[in-house]
Write a protein that binds this ligand. Structure first.
Ligand code: SAM
Ligand code: SF4
Ligand code: F3S
Length: 442
């Protein structure tokens, strides 16, 4: 069989990882990746359920595909990801254009599902939580990603049940992959050209396999000579244990940006959210890390307008964003998710939420601008990833995940190079290669 497959991915990095692994899997039955949905034989929507009208967005998207293929051969249509998990057979009932539904812990069965469908035209949904078999299967077919910076999922699911969040229902209970399976995948990625590994999990710092924790994993990956940088996301403050904090002392390759979602600056709201941490607890982690390395910066996620948030609570969130000087952060208006504890609470007026969000985002932008400005005229280390679209410059990332565009050579790609920053805006640093400038790295 020689067919094309197109995957449209929504949501978090874990969905991006999954989409790549679906591409790796379907190759076995003759499906090749296409970037062009117009001529695909198989159209996969890898969906996200975290906010907004996720379900409706999926049906809307299917409507568009249906319209486009009206006078053409209909592609095989598959819904994957977290909406697929939440809705399962409802989707097949509501939209006959959908052929198969597969959840995030069962997509290793996708080949079987496709072949069976092509033979018998039987529509099925596969939404079992089976991460053990999934990763066993995926480790055999190998991760074919050939990128400078690659994702590597090490942990799935969540047992924390924050009242606003749908993840425990869509990804299932916490599961950590076997230690050696992860190291093998990291080595394989490195052999294929990866220089930076971003370890992924909905609660990545809850990783625990036999006596091994995330700290052990980082030290082991650090031993792979061609891996130059290590990051991990997303963490929960409760799992920011001392052994992980200590890694920042000894590790050469762990980057100094800690993404640690806080959600709110008010203890009252954190309690209502069932976050299981307080502001003091969070600030203690901040202090410990800053003591180890003053260059460590924090990024975070914030939910604005959680039911019960009054002006005082909101001001606390605003103040802590100023105090910690969070950079590279995300903020969202609370979105009630079906099936969660917070789904039926009284919502705060939309206009108030919008005003609060704008104020928070402006402060986050200001933090980012200040951070970027502070790097002007300095030399920083950049991992060069690819040429810019016009081919004239090189695109890379700073240690703090900020985009850098600089005048460099194609031969720099895959290397960490010193770049002198000349100017900046909110999202990007612009500079030139500093090899001959004889300046110290900031
Ligand atoms: N495990 C991470 C943690 O504990 O913070 C969060 C992972 S979640 C996939 C990413 C972010 O989405 C959360 O940090 C939260 O800010 C946001 N989020 C989750 N549910 C939300 C909701 N119902 N409404 C708005 N934002 C939400
Ligand atoms: Fe969701 Fe993170 Fe809370 Fe788990 S810890 S329920 S993934 S917000
Ligand atoms: Fe979305 Fe599922 Fe990720 S709900 S954020 S794709 S874990």
């Amino acid at each position: 069989m020689n067919q094309k497959i197109f995957i449209k991915t929504f949501g978090c990095q874990m969905n991006e990882y999954d989409s790549n692994r679906i591409y790796d899997t379907v190759k076995k039955i003759g499906y090749q990746k296409t970037e062009n949905y117009e001529d695909t034989d198989c159209y996969v929507l890898n969906t996200c359920h975290i906010r907004d009208k996720a379900k409706e967005k999926v049906y809307h998207e299917i409507g568009r595909v249906k319209k486009f293929f009206r006078s053409k051969q209909k592609p095989l249509v598959i819904i994957a990801g977290c909406v697929a998990q939440a809705e399962n057979q409802e989707m097949l009932k509501r939209e006959p254009y959908i052929d198969l539904v597969v959840g995030p812990q069962s997509y290793h069965k996708i080949n079987e599902m496709i072949l069976n469908y092509l033979k018998k035209k039987k529509k099925i949904d596969e939404t079992e939580f089976d991460p053990i078999s999934k990763f066993k299967y995926l480790s055999k077919i190998k991760n074919q990603t050939k990128k400078i910076s690659s994702f590597l999922t090490i942990q799935e699911g969540c047992d924390k049940f924050c009242h606003f969040c749908v993840v425990p229902y869509t990804r299932g209970p916490e599961y950590s992959r076997p230690f050696n399976q992860i190291i093998d995948e990291a080595k394989f990625l490195s052999d294929n050209g990866t220089k930076e590994i971003i370890l992924l999990g909905q609660n990545v710092n809850a990783y625990e396999y036999e006596d091994k924790k995330l700290s052990n994993l980082i030290f082991e990956i650090e031993k792979i000579p061609e891996i130059k940088r290590i990051r991990y996301t997303t963490s929960h403050p409760k799992d920011m244990t001392d052994d992980l904090i200590e890694v920042y002392k000894g590790s050469e390759k762990l980057m100094p940006l800690v993404h640690l979602p806080l959600q709110s600056g008010s203890n009252k709201i954190l309690h209502l959210m069932n976050r299981k941490h307080t502001i003091d607890y969070y600030l203690r982690i901040f202090d410990k890390l800053k003591k180890i390395n003053t260059n460590i910066e924090f990024s975070s996620d914030f939910i604005i307008g959680y039911p019960g948030e009054n002006n005082i609570d909101f001001d606390k969130t605003y103040e802590i964003i100023k105090k910690v000087k969070f950079i590279n952060s995300f903020s969202f208006i609370f979105s009630p998710r079906p099936g969660t504890v917070a789904s039926n609470l009284n919502l705060i007026e939309k206009k108030i939420c919008m005003e609060r969000l704008e104020k928070i985002q402006n402060q986050l932008y200001e933090n980012q601008i200040n951070m970027n400005k502070s790097l002007e005229d300095k030399v920083i280390n950049v991992l060069a990833e690819n040429p810019t679209e016009d081919g004239k410059k090189i695109f890379g990332k700073s240690e703090y995940m900020t985009s850098v565009i600089f005048s460099g050579k194609d031969k720099d790609i895959g290397k960490i190079v010193p770049v002198k920053i000349i100017k900046s805006n909110r999202s990007t640093l612009f500079g030139e290669l500093a090899v001959n400038l004889n300046q110290k790295v900031a």
